[in-house]
Design a protein around this ligand. Structure first.
Ligand SMILES: [Zn+2]
Length: 580
């Protein structure tokens, strides 16, 4: 029998033994999938202990192999249209390059790829320095030092020839030469994720940490990251102890993938601690902030805001701002979440800060005016004008017109003399036609809030003549008509408007005023299913006049009563039926 045949036979026996052991284990233990996954990994690792004589591949050849593999695994560094994805990739590259400073094989062309999938909770190293990290893992990290330890580990798999060795082994066992690379196809990344022995993993930890420390990162980063993963490896259902854990909406399955491909975090932490003590490294040095963390935090904060968890959204936006003070997205998000929560004063402050970063954003100027009017009506016009004076040089002409409409609106709202006349002169004399519909739409809202309902209707009519397709004009007219008691007209306004939370809320209000309680409640439920903001009384009071706010409050109470009844029925299904 040739050597190769013996090898194949050995592999076959080992494989069958592995399957047998797996089935036995399955039969005897039925706990979490974790031990099972470890067993799979262990079986693979056993296979690899079969000795193989591998010829050394030259560095240039390894670089070429790596590039080819990266291409076949779809890791090409193409620029995406998403600027945030590009930013994350560049950031990972920069940190990765820094960590490669102390490698033993400097001829390797390191390249760091980013996989934006949340279910990719892992990192992998391919031969030739092609390294990939997934969003799922990246969003669990809190400092650049943690990232450096993860990347250091992967770099070490390349530097210590684990990656190229793994490839050679795979090709030999499939009786393929280096030319058979393409046959590995998409299994490529998986091969390098889970394919190393435990000794190789621990060596990659040691060497990776040395690389990270040599390039100026704190050795504590590795411990921080491992401790968090250790906590996350606890059975699902355990209460989250930190916002980051709560943030990790990572499917358990996806996280298991990480634990399957690495030794237990506890073991790795112990090894790190020995290494750190032996080298006398300090672990209490300040960690470098993970700048891109603001992106993940803002993503989650926006999700909380959409789902009506405004306090959580506010906290998360604040964390995002702490991670990246100049994040326009987080600043704007914080202002909006505070406004949604009913905190008008807090919204005004946050909006002012958001405008300093993003003064061309017209909707922020509108939010500032509304937040000031709700929280400090007496001083609102002066405070608004002060922000305008500070930033007006950076405001484009288009936005400037909207801004002036809000200024005029605030004057009207606080009852300044001649406010309406001044606005009309402004519109007649100078306003470019392309601004007219938007300016009139904004001004009409202030007319409505100032109790001038018929004037507001006329203003919306004028806006509609300029822009017949803007559905918001129909919606705003409908709110006003309903408040005037013109229910049929109010209904007609929104008949052909595409349904969304605001249209549902309007239908609910109109029906409630017509004493048609059931259809009103149904529509209200549709509105809050789309956007729970309609249950937020303070936001309602800051947005609508008292008569409409009152109807919305009654709808809210009816909904709360309904929920209570439903909860009772769920607890006592039989008893409730009997007693009725
Ligand atoms: Zn590894």
């Amino acid at each position: 029998m040739s050597r190769r045949r013996i090898l194949i036979l050995l592999l076959l026996i080992a494989g069958l033994a592995g399957i047998w052991a797996l089935q036995r284990k399955q039969a005897s233990t039925e706990v979490t999938p974790r031990p099972l996954l470890y067993l799979v990994a262990d079986t693979q690792r056993e296979l690899e202990r079969i000795p193989l004589e591998l010829t050394r591949v030259r560095v240039e050849e390894e670089n070429q192999i790596g590039e080819e593999l990266a291409r076949s695994c779809g890791l090409t560094p193409a620029n995406t249209k998403d600027p945030e994805v590009n930013r994350i990739r560049d950031y990972v590259n920069e940190a990765g390059r820094r960590v490669t400073g102390g490698v033993q094989r400097p001829g390797i062309h390191y390249r760091f790829h980013y996989n934006p999938s949340e279910s990719f909770v892992n990192a992998a190293a391919l031969p030739g320095g092609q390294i990939v990290i997934g969003r799922g893992l990246l969003q669990l990290l809190e400092s650049e030092d943690e990232l450096a330890s993860i990347l250091g580990h992967e770099i070490a798999h390349v530097d210590q020839r684990h990656a190229i060795g793994r490839l050679q082994y795979e090709l030999q066992s499939r009786k393929l030469g280096l030319g058979g690379l393409y046959q590995l196809g998409s299994i490529g990344v998986k091969l390098f994720q889970a394919g190393y022995t435990k000794e190789q993993e621990l060596e990659a930890d040691r060497e990776g940490l040395r690389l990270a420390v040599a390039s100026g990162y704190s050795a504590g980063g590795a411990i921080d990251a491992m401790k968090r993963l250790e906590r996350l490896s606890r059975p699902a259902g355990a209460p989250a102890v930190s916002p980051v854990e709560e943030m990790a909406r990572v499917p358990v399955q996806a996280l298991q993938e990480y634990f399957r491909s690495h030794p237990l975090p506890r073991e790795r932490i112990a090894a790190f601690e020995v290494e750190i003590a032996e080298n006398g490294w300090k672990i209490d040095a300040a960690r470098r902030p993970l700048a891109i963390r603001a992106i993940f935090l803002a993503d989650e904060a926006e999700e909380f805001d959409r789902r009506g968890f405004y306090d959580k959204a506010i906290r998360r936006f604040e964390e995002a701002i702490a991670a990246e003070p100049k994040s326009a997205r987080a600043r704007k998000g914080l202002a909006r979440a505070r406004w949604h929560s009913g905190d008008a004063a807090g919204a005004a402050t946050a909006t002012e800060e958001a405008l300093r970063i993003n003064p061309e954003n017209a909707s922020l100027w509108g939010l500032l005016a509304r937040a000031l009017a709700a929280s400090d009506p007496v001083n609102a016009p002066q405070r608004y004008a002060a922000v305008e004076t500070a930033l007006s040089r950076q405001v484009p002409q288009r936005t400037l017109w909207i801004l002036q409409a809000h200024q005029a609106g605030l004057d009207l709202f606080v009852g300044r003399p001649r406010a309406l006349e001044n606005y009309r002169e402004l519109v007649r004399a100078r306003m470019p036609p392309e601004n007219e519909a938007e300016v009139r739409l904004q001004m009409a809202w202030w007319m409505y809030r100032s109790g001038k309902l018929p004037v507001a209707l006329q203003e919306l009519d004028a806006a509609r003549q300029r822009d017949p397709d803007d559905a918001q004009i129909d919606i705003d007219r409908s709110w006003i008509l309903s408040e005037l008691g013109r229910h049929a007209d109010a209904k007609q306004e929104i008949e052909s408007v595409e349904k969304g939370d605001e249209v549902y809320a309007l239908q609910a209000v109109i029906n409630w005023r017509l004493e048609r309680r059931d259809p009103a409640s149904d529509s209200f439920r549709a509105a809050i299913a789309d956007d729970p903001i309609w249950m937020e009384q303070r936001w309602v009071a800051n947005t609508f006049n008292a008569p409409t706010a009152k109807v919305l409050a009654e709808l809210r109470t009816a909904e709360l009563v309904r929920r209570k009844k439903e909860a009772l029925r769920a607890v006592h299904p039989v008893g409730a039926a009997k007693s009725n």
